[in-house]
Design a protein around this ligand. Structure first.
Ligand code: SF4
Length: 706
């Protein structure tokens, strides 16, 4: 890789942000006199509509601060005190690795490899096998069938809806095509903070400059509100009722694209009969939806008019509304509206699904895995309850977690801790002393993004590849996940199979060299894009569905789904109410924060200072509880208790409170979480098809001193 031009003794080293984020961004580490002095952005990269620069957010620019975080683990640590007390002693790498190998060998000798829970999940980069969960899974694939974790915590119901309706992951359009939109509806979607796809907010702003109308539908006025002409506050969990009323208005006013429905979909009659009340006697009028959603009937009519008359329309649903007890119906309703408005397969429109570019996967050779898969799989959301149930045979004796703060990131944090405490041996690969590390018997210090080689692809939104070098030596005795698992593989007898004779740099070079036509640019610049033509997803299908059928039974978009019924979900995208909020309670939302990638950046003091962690509460709900802005409040439900300051704001609709996820669990002596970990308050409830339902939580809120 080439470094950029230097001035005097200044060196500029390109690298990539490898956080678990919907974007991937280019950065430059600036070193002076060999010392890392700041993080910058690349100069001179072309900035066009087709290939805009991948501009980093504050999280990317703050990578340097992580190197010196006070929570950093610098040496292998072995527990000396009770779990959770943080009492550890330093041990050598040899001692630590031997201990892990001895525990694994003992379990293998007993013939019960499934007694090991492979703790992976949200947190680290999604590289092919170098870091975090990917590296851990690959390691165990050579060792034996373990207990794995499954169940998509991020977009379970959207993926399912795409399977049912499109026959698989739908081929979305390039984000740059949003510039052609005349109407963009961010429905429970907050690209300014969640960055689902590089430059999404840039393209939305471009569209707006060209005259597009932008509408945000959300219980909160998020940072994406600045992109919008209109904010429609809504009661969480009722989006499908709003969609049904919009559909009613589209029908009533003849704003439905019947030609598209007839040519490209099946099953619309059943949905039309539902919204008109033919099938159940209840017409889904704006007045009907007003009482359910808290959205005024006139606002619903206006929204329907926009959707029916401003073409092309891009409906961009977020993933938050599907993390509810009725979550399956939201993405299905969005896809149904996209079909009714004829938005699928056109420039500036979209399929209203995940937004992933199916045909734009950056090519890269993989790392061959071993013969073993998971012997059994527990759900990511409910694994702790399973471990504690006593029903597992063999019971889980050992947990190995890498690239995940599993205590923090799974619903019901206190149960997660109980589950770890029941296990005989817990080992974590971690850069920081997280709440999960505090529960471990052994903590192995892991190198950060700036300290290791990495190669990875952009998420599904476009086709970038990134090769990121280390720009500084690992702090203390920190090592990479790959090094740790290589050394364990050596002790357990499969070093050659695991490494295939390559160290990390050699693996990265090997993969970059295998990146097809983009290899040269990737090796030279550290970033490359596969294609440069703007792509409109499903354009061919729209023009000729017979010649370009979808992989559904009918070859068309199916609005009635027998597979949904088999999963316990209605056949069409009907509104299914959530359990009502108990008297005196408020609905709790726990979205991602722009200042963290899950819980990874909790240890970045620069970022956390930008916005103090607090519970968003409406002025109306605060007044009813005599809560003033900044005062500490007690937030409680059956799962736990959190004490945090209140942020009294008009930016959240009454009846709803919001606590960003990702701050670390920090219990006091009474078990009250002073760290404000959102999952202290979320439970194990699942939707009918086993999607997580963290946004269905309810809490009481009161002033701390009352
Ligand atoms: S966190 Fe995401 S948006 Fe921010 S710099 Fe990293 S990849 Fe880019």
């Amino acid at each position: 890789m080439t470094t950029e031009a230097t001035t005097q003794d200044e060196e500029r080293i390109p690298f990539s942000c490898c956080l678990d984020c919907g974007s991937r961004c280019e950065l430059v580490a600036v070193k002076r006199g060999g010392k890392l002095v700041r993080i910058d952005t690349p100069a001179g990269r072309p900035d066009t509509a087709v290939l805009p620069r991948l501009v980093p957010c504050a999280r990317g620019r703050a990578h340097r601060r992580l190197l010196s975080a006070s929570e950093r683990v610098l040496h292998p640590l072995r527990r000396t005190g009770p779990r959770g007390t943080g009492e550890f002693e330093e041990v050598s790498w040899d001692t630590a690795l031997n201990l892990v190998a001895e525990n694994l060998t003992a379990i293998q000798t007993e013939g019960s490899t499934e007694a090991v829970l492979c703790g992976t999940g949200a947190g680290a980069a999604g590289s092919p096998g170098f870091s975090g969960g990917g590296a851990l899974r690959r390691f165990f694939s050579f060792w034996g069938p373990i207990t794995g974790l499954g169940g998509n915590m991020s977009f379970h119901s959207v993926g399912l809806a795409e399977n049912w309706m499109y026959g698989g992951t739908v081929d979305a359009s390039d984000r740059a095509t949003l510039q052609e939109s005349r109407l963009i509806v961010l429905w429970g979607n907050n690209p300014a903070e969640t960055h689902m796809g590089p430059n999404t907010e840039f393209f939305i702003a471009e569209a707006r400059d060209r005259g597009a109308k932008v509408i945000v539908i959300d219980a909160r006025y998020t940072d994406s509100g600045v992109l919008a002409d209109e904010w429609i506050p809504i009661r969480p969990g009722t989006d499908v009722a709003l969609a049904a009323a919009v559909a009613f208005e589209l029908e009533h006013n003849e704003w439905v694209d019947r030609q598209f429905l007839a040519r490209c979909t099946t099953g619309y009659d059943a949905y039309r009969d539902y919204v008109l009340g033919v099938s159940d006697g209840v017409a889904k009028t704006p007045e009907w939806a007003q009482d359910i959603t808290d959205v005024p009937a006139d606002t619903i009519r206006s929204l329907a008019r926009d959707l029916g008359t401003l073409k092309p329309t891009a409906i961009l649903p977020g993933w938050g509304p599907q993390r509810t007890l009725n979550g399956e119906q939201f993405p299905r309703a969005m896809i149904t509206l996209a079909c009714m408005t004829g938005s699928v397969g056109v420039h500036g429109g979209g399929a209203a699904g995940l937004g992933f570019r199916k045909g734009a996967v950056f090519p890269m050779p993989g790392m061959r895995s071993g013969p073993h898969g998971a012997g059994r799989t527990l759900h990511n959301a409910t694994w702790a309850a399973d471990v504690l149930s006593g029903d597992l045979q063999p019971p889980v004796k050992m947990v190995y977690a890498a690239g995940t703060n599993i205590v923090n990131r799974s619903p019901n944090t206190r149960t997660n801790i109980d589950a770890l405490r029941q296990c005989e041996f817990v080992v974590v690969n971690e850069p920081y002393m997280t709440p999960t590390a505090r529960e471990a018997d052994l903590v192995l210090p892991i190198a950060l993004n700036l300290e290791r080689w990495e190669i990875l692809r952009s998420w599904g939104h476009n086709a970038h590849g990134f090769m990121s070098p280390p720009v500084t030596e690992p702090a203390g005795e920190a090592k990479t996940d790959y090094w740790v698992f290589s050394q364990l593989a050596r002790r357990l007898g499969f070093f050659e199979e695991y490494t295939q004779g390559r160290d990390e740099e050699e693996w990265v070079q090997h993969m970059a060299a295998g990146a097809g036509p983009a290899a040269e640019a990737l090796l030279r610049d550290g970033v490359a894009r596969l294609d440069r033509e703007l792509h409109v997803g499903l354009a061919d299908f729209r023009i000729d569905p017979e010649a370009h059928p979808l992989p559904t039974p009918s070859g068309r978009i199916e609005l009635v789904n027998p597979a949904a019924e088999e999963a316990g979900v209605p056949a069409i995208a009907s509104y299914e109410p959530q359990p009502t909020v108990p008297p005196g309670c408020l609905r709790l939302l726990t979205p991602h924060s722009r200042l963290r990638a899950n819980s990874v950046l909790h240890a970045n003091a620069w970022l956390q200072r930008l916005e103090p962690h607090a519970l968003w509460i409406s002025a109306q709900d605060a007044a009813e509880r005599e809560i003033n802005n900044g005062e500490e409040v007690v937030v409680r439900n059956e799962n736990g208790t959190v004490v945090v300051p209140a942020k009294v704001t008009e930016r959240i609709t009454p009846g709803v409170v919001c606590l960003y996820q990702g701050t670390w669990y920090e219990p006091d002596e009474t078990g009250v979480d002073r760290g404000g970990c959102a999952n202290t308050l979320t439970g194990h409830g699942l939707s009918p098809s086993n999607g997580i339902a963290t946004h269905s939580a309810c809490v009481t809120v009161r002033r701390a001193e009352s």
